[in-house]
Design a protein around this ligand. Structure first.
Ligand code: SAH
Length: 226
């Protein structure tokens, strides 16, 4: 898989992709993440990528021209399955969407800033708009990192324990059961006996029951919303 992220603040993306699982996935060649500085596509001598909003009002708007120049340059090299714009009013990101995106080959993600991008970009070039929640961030970079992380960890070979992603919350419509590790007792706080019993089947049953109970408690509408 290849993910091209277009931003006017490339530095913001260095750390999320430069460590841990996302870094290993790239080192192993499972995913290629390429961050593009939108300013290099500006025709302006000051490398501007934003301008005042037509009709007035506070806040700058990202100009269509540098964005489309960047899109065209990338599209001339390969086909893209989706051209994504991160936006607070986009479709709400979910595990289902992460699963779907993890099956794609090439993704482009445009990060907005200021007041967002010229509407003509959204109407004519974007194929999918994603929100990570009903709140407003100052830029799309952190949101793009969230989406990329959730997608990349699903790619085969990224997590060392192949079954691990499958037992995470939401994969089977349930949240994950509680987990414990050593010591078995800490200041009188004990781990449930069943987990120390060595009965694999009973442990599985207990985990499933806990997942069902937790889903009812913490996400009572999860399966009804779908
Ligand atoms: N004026 C816009 C918000 C712009 S915030 C509005 O009210 O809808 C600046 C940029 O941050 C956006 O263009 C988008 O790319 C990103 N962003 C902000 N909140 C986001 C969210 N919840 N999900 C995804 N991207 C978000």
């Amino acid at each position: 898989m290849r993910i091209d992220i277009i931003t006017c603040l490339p530095k913001l993306l260095e750390s999320p992709f430069g460590d841990s699982i996302l870094k290993r996935a790239q080192d192993k060649g499972i995913v290629e993440v390429v961050v593009h500085d939108l300013r290099t596509y500006s025709l302006d001598k000051h490398r501007r990528i934003d301008d005042y909003a037509f009709g007035g009002g506070a806040g700058m708007v990202m100009m269509i021209e540098p964005i489309v120049r960047c899109f065209d340059a990338l599209k001339s090299e390969r086909d893209y399955d989706e051209i994504i714009y991160m936006s607070p009013d986009g479709e709400q990101f979910s595990q289902n969407m992460a699963n779907e995106l993890s099956l794609k080959g090439n993704l482009m993600i445009l990060c907005g800033h200021y007041k967002g991008v010229d509407e003509r970009v959204r109407e004519n070039y974007i194929t999918k708009e994603i929100s990570i929640g009903d709140y407003v961030l100052s830029g799309g970079e952190l949101a793009a990192a969230v989406v990329s992380d959730a997608v990349i960890r699903l790619l085969p070979g990224v997590l060392s324990d192949e079954t691990s992603a499958l037992t995470d919350s939401f994969q089977d419509g349930l949240v994950a059961p509680p987990v414990y590790t050593r010591p078995a007792e800490f200041n009188g706080l004990k781990v449930p006996d069943i987990l120390l019993s060595g009965h694999e089947k009973k442990v599985e049953e207990w985990r499933f029951e806990q997942s069902v109970k937790r889903t009812e408690q913490k996400r009572p509408n999860h399966n009804k919303e779908k």
